[in-house]
Ligand binder design. Sequence first.
Ligand code: NAD
Length: 487
Amino acid sequence: MLIKSETIVLKNYLNGAWVQSKSSETLDVLNPATGELLAKVPLSTKDDVDEAVQIAKEAFKSWKNTPVPKRARILFKYHYLLTENHKKLAKLIVQENGKAYNEAYGEVQRGIECVEFAAGAPTLMMGETLSTIAPTIDSEMFRFPLGVVGGITPYNFPMMVPLWMFPLAVACGNTFVLKPSERTPLLSNELARLFTEAGAPNGVLSIVHGTHDVVNGLLEHPDVKAISFVGSQPVAKYVYERAAANGKRVQALSGAKNHHIVMPDADMGKAVDNIISSAFGSAGQRCMACSAVVVVGDGDEFVEALKEKADDLIMGNGLDEEVLLTPVIRESHRAKVLEYIEKGEDEGANLIRDGRKDMKEKEEGYFLGATIFDHVKPEMTIAKEEIFAPVLSLLRARDLDEGLEYISKSRYGNGATIYTKDAKAVRQFREEAEAGMLGINVGVPATMAFFPFSGWKDSFYGDLHVNGKDGVNFYTKKKMITSRFDY
Ligand code: NAD
C-alpha cells in the first residue's frame, strides 16, 4: 500500500472507479521527513466537480431509500476493514503527513471511532412523536437526508477529519463529495477504496483532488446542499460566507490558539509532560495543540523544567519509535514559521529555546527544533496568531483572573486547559474560559465522536458542529407531520 518513489499521478474517485482529472496540472506530494516525491496530485477543475456532483446526485436517489439498518451494516463492515488495516493506514499517514507513528496510530483510532458512532444511525436518526397535541391529533417528526454534501479537509489529520464527515453524512442517507488536502491526498484514496470494499454503492462517496478550483466548484454548485469544512481561519471564513451566500448549510472549523494555564499548585512534572507532548507532538500542527502557556505566579521552576524537557526531545522521522518531534508539512510553511520567530524576537519576547539551531542536524526534510519564548505579552504577534508549528509562547499572569482574561481576549476559542488540584480554580475556569473544549489536567482535550467538536469564536463558523448529535442534525432535515384521527 505504501507508495514508493515512482511518480504516480493520483486519480479522482468517481462512481466506484479511478478516473483521471480533466486537468493535466499537478502538485507534488512530498514526504515531509525526507522531501521524497510520493506522488503527484491533480488540480482538478470545476468540470470534474460537476461530474462528481451529478454522480452523487444520481446515487442519492437510491441511497436515501436504502434502509437505515442496511446503511449501518456497511459502516460495521467498514469499521472492520479500517481496524484490520490500522497499522498500514498509520504508516501511510506518517509517510505523507510526517507525524510520529504512535500519533498516526492514535489518529486512525479516532477515525475508526467516528465510523463506530455513525453505525448507530438507526437510533441516531430517530425522530420524535407526541400524541394528543389536540383532541385526536398527533404530531411526528421525521429526519431526512439533505442530498449531496461536500467535504473539504486539511493536511494535519488526513484520516480523522474526513471521517468526521462522510461516515455520518452517508449513514444519514446523503451522498458525499470529498476534496482532501492536496498536501495529504493519499490516505483519502485508501479510505474510498476500503469504503467500496465494505459494500458502499458506487457514487455514495466520490473524491475530487485539487485546491481552490475544486473548493469553489463545490461552494457554487446548486446541487450541493451542505458543506463541511476544516482548515485555516481565513479559508474557513471564506468558505462559510461563500457557501452560505449560495444557500448552503455550512459548518466551518477553523484555526486555533490554545492556552494552557499552569496554576502554582499544579503537579509540575505532569504539567510539563502534558505541555511538551501537546505543544511539540505532531510538530505543533494540531488544532488542539497547546501554543500558549499562561504561567500563574512565580513559575520560574516550571519554565526551567519545561526547557530541560524540550532539550531532551528527539527530532526525526516519525517512523523511528523514540521520535516525538517530527517535521512541519512543507518548506514554505517552515519559512513562515521562521518569520514568526524573528517577529517574536523583534517584538521583545525572550527566546529561551531556539529551535533553529536544531535544523542544522537535518539536511533533508522540513524540521524545526522546539522553540520557546518566555515573557510573551498578549498583544505580541506570536501570542495572537496561530503559528501551527513547534513554537510555544509562555505568558506570565499574576492570578487565574488575569490568565482567563488572556483567553477571553484571544480571537480563537478552540480549546484551553488548566493544570491545578484546586476545585475552586477548576470551577472558575470551567465557567469563565472562553473556549469550546476545555481540559482539566488534560493536554489535548479533543472530544470523542459522540460529542460535538466544539470550537468557539473564530475557531468555528456556523451553528452545528461536527460529530455527536450536532453532526446528525447537520446532515439531516426535519419534517413535521400533524395527523387528525377523527376524520
Ligand atoms: P488550509 O486552510 O490551508 O486548507 C484546508 C483546505 O482548504 C484544503 O483542502 C485546501 O485545499 C483548501 N484551501 C486552501 N486555501 C484555499 C483557498 N484560498 N480557497 C479555497 N480553498 C482553499 O488548512 P491546512 O493548512 O491544510 O490545515 C491546517 C489548519 O486547519 C490550521 O489552521 C488548523 O488549526 C486547522 N484545523 C482546524 C481544526 C478544527 O477542528 N478547528 C482541525 C484540524 C485543522
